[in-house]
Design a protein around this ligand. Structure first.
Ligand SMILES: Cc1cc2nc3c(=O)[nH]c(=O)nc-3n(C[C@H](O)[C@H](O)[C@H](O)COP(=O)(O)OP(=O)(O)OC[C@H]3O[C@@H](n4cnc5c(N)ncnc54)[C@H](O)[C@@H]3O)c2cc1C
Length: 394
């Protein structure tokens, strides 16, 4: 059996970035994923970079590091990540919301600023002026999430990393020495393992008898083929209800419900949103459902109808475009910060998942993580250790 320094499970943006940084440090790394960029959250992402959204010293530092890192990733990885800057428009539909949102946004490093209906429609002519009471706006980054993910995988291979298209079925710690994984195609062994399986991370760890507070939502999006219609901005519902859903679904008294399939932890929400990639494809959504079962059945036809109805209100020109509806899982944590590092009592098993501002944070944190495990002390990585949330569920 081949043995590695590290096995990384999952080749979405988290696993591919981490694998790249580990291989660059000289580790012998095996990256396992049955279908990279197939049904992953990264595949369906809008690619938005919320550099402006840091609210604490830690998140502001990571936002700035993320900005700097994205500026050089195209060159470093040898792929065009399609990095650009554009306006993010955050519309709201009740006049009362203006003051509430102003208060909410004032904690951000760059608070989105209020604009009138007319100003919002000048920035985004596809907006329906009759459906909004105003909007907030801020400059936002965007990349192609697929290009960045592919670039990391290609860079990883150039540094000598091995990608095998295979699904991990079971993680088996071997005492405190090593970790073995059983996959569809065989078995692999490594000194350490990093779980980067996005919304599947919780289930995978649970199968190994490890319970950690990492969660997932089910979400659906509509994607058009490349279209001539031009969305100038990224549009996202000002309330960003997804974050409230995450907070409610991770209240301590609901923890036990996550352990059993069949529960909806809190009512589903839909943040009306749309973004266009440089190749002309438009992605729009986005419902989020806190269902305790990774395999919960989702009715794509119903989701498609619902998303079209909601998008028709604010961006009517998008509502009748030809689309395909997709479903995926998105990982999150209880405090909007990722969990990264060794899991208590399982020294060889690491987690690197649960990002709430993932596309900005992952590149700098993958680098910091690789530095940390080669001996460089880093208060940020220490602060993001999964042990912080273990305390909260005990
Ligand atoms: C519609 C939508 C829009 C979004 N927009 C933005 C945005 O604008 N900005 C932003 O920052 N974030 C955005 N996000 C969130 C962000 O894209 C995701 O959080 C991020 O891409 C998740 O990356 P990941 O690597 O954790 O998970 P994923 O991309 O889901 O990757 C997980 C990988 O693990 C693999 N895997 C799972 N189980 C196993 C197993 N047992 N064995 C091997 N491999 C396994 C899967 O095949 C998959 O490839 C958006 C998400 C969605 C869905």
């Amino acid at each position: 059996m081949s043995t590695y320094d590290w096995i990384v499970v999952g080749a979405g943006i988290t696993g591919s970035a981490l694998s790249y940084e580990l291989a660059k440090k000289g580790f012998k790394v095996l990256l396992l994923d049955p279908n990279p960029l197939s049904d992953s959250a990264t595949r369906y992402s809008y690619g938005g970079l919320a550099y402006w959204s840091g609210t604490t010293e830690l998140t502001r530092t990571l936002c700035e590091e993320g900005r700097q890192r994205h500026l050089i990733l195209s060159e470093e990885l040898g792929i065009n990540t399609e990095l650009r800057e554009l306006d993010l428009i955050l519309p709201f539909n009740s006049p009362d919301d203006r003051e509430i949102l102003t208060q909410k946004y004032r904690y951000f490093a760059t608070p989105p600023k209020f604009i009138t209906i007319q100003e919002a429609c000048e920035l985004e002519p596809l907006l329906n002026p009759n459906a909004i009471s105003g909007a907030f706006t801020v400059r936002h980054g965007q990349i192609s999430p697929e290009h960045l993910n592919t670039g990391y995988i290609q860079g990883f291979k150039r540094w000598g990393g091995t990608l095998i298209l295979d699904q991990v079925l079971q993680i088996n710690p071997i005492g405190n020495q090593a970790v073995n994984v059983t996959t569809r195609l065989g078995q692999y062994q490594a000194e350490k393992i990093a779980i980067c399986a996005g919304g599947f991370s919780r289930q995978l760890l649970k199968n190994a008898g490890i319970s950690i507070p990492i969660y997932f939502t089910h979400t659906e999006i509509l994607e058009t083929p490349p279209v001539d219609l031009k969305l100038r901005t990224i549009v996202m519902s000002a309330a960003m209800e997804r974050f409230q859903l995450e907070a409610k679904a991770t209240q301590r008294d609901l923890e036990r419900l996550w352990e059993k399939p069949g529960h909806e932890l809190t009512p589903f929400i839909l943040d009306k949103s749309a973004a266009q990639l440089l190749d002309g494809r438009i992605r729009m959504g986005q419902p989020s459902r806190a269902l305790s079962d990774v395999n919960a059945a989702v009715n794509l036809l119903e989701s498609e109808t619902l998303i079209r109805q909601e998008i028709a209100k604010i961006l009517p020109a998008l509502a009748n475009l030809p689309t395909t509806c997709y479903h995926c899982l998105v990982a999150f944590s209880s405090d909007s910060l990722p969990l990264m590092g060794a899991i208590a009592n399982f020294d060889k098993i690491h987690i690197f998942s649960g990002f709430s501002n993932p596309l900005v944070f992952i590149p700098p944190l993958a680098q910091r993580f690789a530095d940390f495990i080669t001996g460089k002390s880093d208060p940020i990585i220490t602060q993001l250790s999964p042990s912080r949330s273990m305390k909260s569920i005990r």
